[in-house]
Design a protein around this ligand. Structure first.
Ligand code: PGA
Length: 642
């Protein structure tokens, strides 16, 4: 085998550092920025920083603020240029990048306002060209950008340079890609509210920076990071054009690195330690890659795909094939809570006790349906005591129009005499209408309560479609969410104690959770980290020894057959029922996250995701099902079994 570093490097055309967490990356980068500021200032120069918006840099800005407050880092001689701004949003608009930058960074440091530069999204169309030219001139006048921080969109955009942007493009007005607008739908409470245009620095502007650092977190970015780093640079993938820069680094977390060759198929670029998990991954990958069922793989297939040493160690192919076939076969079960009275030696779940206590945690109402609606229905039908714990109320994701019509409904329904209720509904209605004129207004507690009730109703309707009793639902309304706003959530002791109380009350045999690999600022990831802390804390308690933790994932990011420890098949009817249940989440229809095809609605995305997984099992030569939901067992936190 050739030296692993050089092979990985050959494939990776950009220096890419993978770190265990976004927080760690941000601490490292903030320190580097502080050093850069000191060095530039010590030489009598200003330090010129190119800054980005979005979820990605939030933690970096928090760390810079901390360095300013606690370690005396001064921004007095720093000049900043932001990458981009939406067209048509006032500075006060909750989603304007001007407001974002001030709330997330500028208001908390000693950077003089005159040294802040942001593209002006409100400039009249006729003046946009000049305004962009002046922006470029300002960058030049400042001496150019010393360090440019970038995020990356799922289209591969940097700044708002969408696919098709040319390598020499400069600051200009651009049209946003459909996928970018869809990804922003959540923030704007509906895709229709997302601006169509933006002003962005060009690729040429970005490439002129002396140093560039691109940050990416979470599984949603994995699919775009790998080609940007490994493929031939092309304008259809703007981030790949960074390969031509002499001083560029990608700093990413493990979830965003998942599709890099060195992570996904490491045997192709280095010699590996053939652990059972890696063998399963490699053999399954080979079968799917060659489109040949597991049992039809032969020695040559292994040898030609970097697995000659595996053949020597654990072969021949015939033995490996059968082993992995059986292992995969054993993950498939129609009994996600275990099959009572059956031999469970090779089953993903144990037979005892026949009726289990189960908690399904949903970061937001609808996550449980999207990720495991079919399995949830089975668990209930098979007699387990299932609690669905909704961690956040999800009220921030309810469009104002929905709440206004709910307020109207209340006003129409209650009699004139019920003055108190009328007054409340009116207050909410008036406040929401006032928001139209004053976008800086946030929802007050009463409004959020009404919005939360809408989502509760939808969650209950969805459970009803699956035949889950209403009493199974617990709405925990974790305080971190009720206090917070998108990207600014910070969980604390109160959240933890709510979860600990529930776990200790139910003492579950099974826990289903999601969010492990999502962007750390997302609701799901914040929920996951509180849950992980809670689960770590109960490890000494006797019931925990008998509890298994299963991870589910959302459509579009389901576990692969080689990652899944439990695969629950669904019949066509069950799949249809699941889609019907998801459909009950009416307030979410315009803003559900993540479909890869812009027009695909989320309930059909869940369907097609589950169908695709079944297709893969079929392709491996296993039984052909209509659809499958997959789960991975969370082992890190488990106590060794006795
Ligand atoms: P995000 O956006 O940080 O919110 O994921 C990144 C980008 O679109 O550049």
């Amino acid at each position: 085998m050739t030296d692993h570093k050089s092979e990985a490097e050959q494939r990776e055309r950009i220096q890419t550092e993978v770190h265990p967490s976004a927080d760690l990356v941000c601490r490292i980068l903030a320190k580097q920025i502080a050093d850069l500021i000191h060095t530039r200032n010590a030489k009598g120069n200003f330090c010129v920083l190119g800054l980005a918006t979005g979820s990605t840099p939030v933690r970096l800005y928090r760390e810079l603020i901390r360095l300013h407050r606690e370690e005396g880092l001064s921004f007095a001689r720093v000049i900043t240029f932001n990458l981009d701004e939406y067209c048509g949003l006032s500075r006060e608009h909750p989603e304007s990048y001007w407001r974002f930058m001030h709330e997330q960074l500028f208001n908390h440091i000693d950077l003089p306002a005159a040294q802040i530069n942001m593209p002006d999204g409100l400039v009249p169309r006729g003046e946009a060209f000049d305004s962009c030219r002046i922006y470029e001139e300002k960058i030049l006048a400042a001496g150019g950008i010393d360090l440019q921080v970038l995020g990356i969109g799922r289209t591969g955009h940097i700044g708002f340079n969408e696919p098709g942007s040319t390598r020499d493009s400069r600051t200009r007005v651009v049209t946003l890609d459909g996928l970018t607008r869809r990804d922003a739908a959540r923030d704007f409470l509906g895709e229709a509210n997302v601006p169509r245009h933006a002003i962005t620095m060009g690729i040429g502007t970005i490439m002129a920076a002396r140093e560039i650092v691109l940050l990416a977190w979470g599984e949603a970015k994995a699919g775009v990071i790998a080609p940007a780093v490994e493929d031939v640079p092309r304008e259809s993938l703007p981030a790949s054009l960074l390969q031509a820069h002499p001083q560029v680094r990608f700093l990413i977390d493990e979830a965003a690195a998942a599709e890099l060759t060195r992570v996904k198929t490491p045997w192709l670029v280095r010699s590996v330690d053939w652990t059972p998990a890696l063998v399963r991954r490699a053999v399954t990958w080979l079968s799917l890659e060659l489109k040949r069922p597991l049992l039809k793989l032969v020695d040559e297939h292994y040898a030609e795909h970097g697995m000659a040493d595996l053949l020597v160690e654990q072969g021949p192919a015939y033995d490996l094939n059968i082993r992995i076939f059986n292992e995969t076969q054993h993950t498939i079960t129609g009994w996600p809570g275990g099959k009572p009275d059956a031999d469970d030696t090779h089953r993903p779940e144990r037979a005892q006790p026949p009726q289990k206590r189960v908690i399904v945690f949903a970061p937001e109402p609808s996550d449980e349906m999207l990720g495991m609606g079919g399995t949830l229905a089975r668990l209930v039908a098979q007699g387990h005591a299932v609690t669905i714990a909704y961690l956040s109320s999800g009220n921030l994701a309810v469009p104002d129009e929905e709440a206004i019509s709910a307020a109207d409904l209340i006003l129409g329904f209650v009699g004139e005499l019920d003055a108190a209720t009328r007054a409340r509904a009116r207050r909410v209605r008036e406040r929401l209408c006032a928001k139209r004129a004053n976008l800086a207004l946030a929802d007050d507690a009463e409004t959020r309560q009404l919005k939360a009730l809408l989502r509760r109703g939808e969650a209950q309707a969805a459970l009803q479609v699956l035949g889950v009793p209403a009493a199974s639902a617990r709405f925990l309304d974790l305080p971190f969410y009720e206090r917070g706003r998108y990207r600014q959530f910070e969980a604390g002791e109160k959240d933890l104690s709510v979860l600990l109380a529930l776990l200790r009350e139910i003492k579950p045999h099974q826990v289903f959770v999601t969010g492990a690999a999502q962007d750390p600022s997302s609701v799901a990831a914040v929920c996951f980290s509180v849950l992980a802390t809670a689960l770590a804390e109960v490890q000494k308690e006797p019931w925990w020894r008998d509890c298994r933790v299963w991870l589910y994932r959302l459509p579009g990011k389901t576990w692969s057959p080689y990652e899944s420890d439990m695969a629950v098949p669904m019949s066509p009817d069950q799949l249809h029922q699941k889609a019907q249940a998801i459909y009950q989440h009416k307030t979410q229809r315009s803003q559900m996250p993540g479909p890869s095809q812009a027009s695909q609605e989320v309930w059909s995305l869940a369907e097609s995701s589950n169908r695709e997984l079944a297709r893969q099992y079929d392709a491996l030569g296993l039984a052909e099902y209509e659809a499958i939901e997959a789960f991975a067992r969370w082992v890190e936190r488990e106590r060794p079994r006795t």
